[in-house]
Design a protein around this ligand. Structure first.
Ligand SMILES: [Fe+2]
Ligand SMILES: [Fe+2]
Length: 135
């Protein structure tokens, strides 16, 4: 079963970004499956690494679009990205050091963060970027 089901409400009206968000949803669901089926922590750890790397690539992509087009909310948006990045990198090092376990509370945190961020902060750039010709 999936933790997050993609919904058209999540669309930010920019195709490549919707695709990236769908990939993030898929990685969170994959991590959820691994954790809930009690797969080895090594396999879950690899998925976590993949999720973190992809998240950073995605954030960098959005931020680059903001800079190119002079998005006025760039700094506030980037601050949200940076706060999440710091948090997951911190978790990753705790996990690698054996001081944290991959469990459902982390998954529900990631689900809430991503769905809220997409529907709130990300959707705020849709119209701005659409008017700059980014679809
Ligand atoms: Fe995003
Ligand atoms: Fe974002």
């Amino acid at each position: 079963m999936s933790l997050i089901k993609w919904d058209t409400n999540y669309s930010v009206k920019i195709k490549i970004i919707d695709n990236q968000h769908q990939n993030l949803v898929a990685l969170i669901n994959q991590l959820y499956d691994g954790v809930s089926q009690g797969k080895g922590s090594e396999s879950a750890g690899k998925t976590l690494d993949e999720l973190i790397n992809y998240t950073r690539t995605h954030f960098a992509y959005e931020e680059q679009l903001f800079r190119i087009h002079g998005y006025p909310e760039y700094l506030a948006h980037k601050a949200e990205h940076d706060a999440l990045t710091e948090k997951v990198l911190d978790f990753q090092s705790q996990f690698r050091a054996g001081k944290a376990t991959l469990a459902l509370p982390l998954l529900s945190f990631l689900k809430d963060w991503l769905t809220n961020h997409i529907q709130g902060t990300d959707k705020r750039y849709s119209n701005f970027l659409n008017t700059k010709g980014v679809f």
